[in-house]
Design a protein around this ligand. Structure first.
Ligand code: NAI
Ligand code: 15L
Length: 275
């Protein structure tokens, strides 16, 4: 078994941030340097405000290997972030993730933070009032997109057990500047809490492969944060401060709507584009 070579821990840690041009990537580019990290942003498309960012297509294994070379850890956000055709998801999120883990293994990088999703478990029913859904549940993906996140968590587990590459897979709820729907009053992960959680995932010792739920301290949460708190995550925000405005705009949820019944909400009814 090949073990990765530990890198020196003195000085700022250099982090490859894939998907740096995206919504969460932008939040983290603004926040992670404040935790003392030196970022290497990368994306398929140009990264606004970061002219030196790497243009790296996850579908290109050599480009991915070059992007990973010399970093201390990877925060992996890149890829398709909503439902798409099976082939598109396969190329970016399955083959692309394999390229990333192969590069990480070969370059001796010890830690990955993987942006998984609530859609890996989207068909899990919402719990009864007062109960919470933990992170140690059997996956029930709601889309090809969600299925790619199940694959990602499986790949992370394999590389932890076989090669000692550690990963925290964060099943992100909804990470936007503000909650955009009634469902997001439960699933919101504020940008600041996202940075707190990623920092905890980068620094907690001995994580092996750990799966955590990723939301803020929402009053209406139906997700348990026990495994995230065990990493040191202490959420500070609560979507409830937006509740009056969100409910005035959207009204209360119909109990029959998937947003009121299933973890993945309306994604459970999305059909992929088919050739
Ligand atoms: P986004 O779609 O805004 O950003 C994804 C980025 O990946 C884009 O900038 C895109 O150019 C890049 N990308 C796509 N294909 C690529 C390829 N082949 N090679 C390199 N880069 C590629 O998504 P967002 O919202 O920023 O999400 C970031 C990550 O977090 C994604 O992996 C998403 O699945 C995950 N996530 C996000 C949630 C949210 O609420 N924003 C919820 C759950 C998971
Ligand atoms: C996700 O996984 C998506 O990437 C994001 O765009 C949101 O739709 C989020 O889940 C959600 O469920 O709100």
């Amino acid at each position: 078994m090949t073990q990765p070579t530990p890198r020196p821990t003195t000085g700022p840690r250099t982090i490859l941030l894939t998907g740096a041009a995206g919504g969460v990537g932008t939040f983290l580019r603004e926040r992670l340097p404040g935790y003392g990290y030196r970022l290497r942003p990368a994306d398929l498309r140009p990264v606004e405000g970061a002219p030196d960012a790497l243009v790296c297509d996850l579908r290109d294994p050599e480009a991915v290997r070059a992007a990973v070379r010399g970093v201390d850890a990877v925060v992996h956000l890149g890829g398709i972030s909503v439902e798409d055709s099976f082939d598109a998801v396969l190329d970016a999120n399955v083959r692309g993730l394999h390229h990333l883990y192969e590069a990480v293994r070969q370059e001796g990088v010890g830690r990955v933070v993987f942006a998984s999703s609530n859609h890996a478990v989207g068909f899990v029913p919402l719990p009864a009032a007062g109960e919470l859904v933990g992170s140690a549940i059997v996956p029930r993906p709601d889309t090809y997109y969600g299925l790619s996140k199940v694959f990602g968590e499986g790949l992370a587990s394999l590389y932890a057990d076989k090669y000692g590459v550690e990963t925290v897979s964060i099943r992100i709820g909804s990470c936007f500047a503000e909650p955009r729907s009634v469902r997001m009053l439960s699933t919101w992960l504020s940008p600041d809490d996202c940075a707190r959680l990623v920092h905890a995932a980068l620094t907690a010792p001995g994580v092996g492969h750990t799966v955590v739920n990723g939301i803020s301290a929402n009053t209406r949460a139906w997700w348990d944060l026990g495994s995230a708190r065990a990493l040191g995550y202490r959420p500070q925000d609560d979507a409830e401060v937006f509740a009056a405005a969100v409910l005035a705009e959207h009204g209360e949820l119909d109990p029959g709507h998937p947003d009121a019944r299933l973890v993945g909400g309306w994604f459970t009814e999305v059909e992929p584009p088919r050739p």
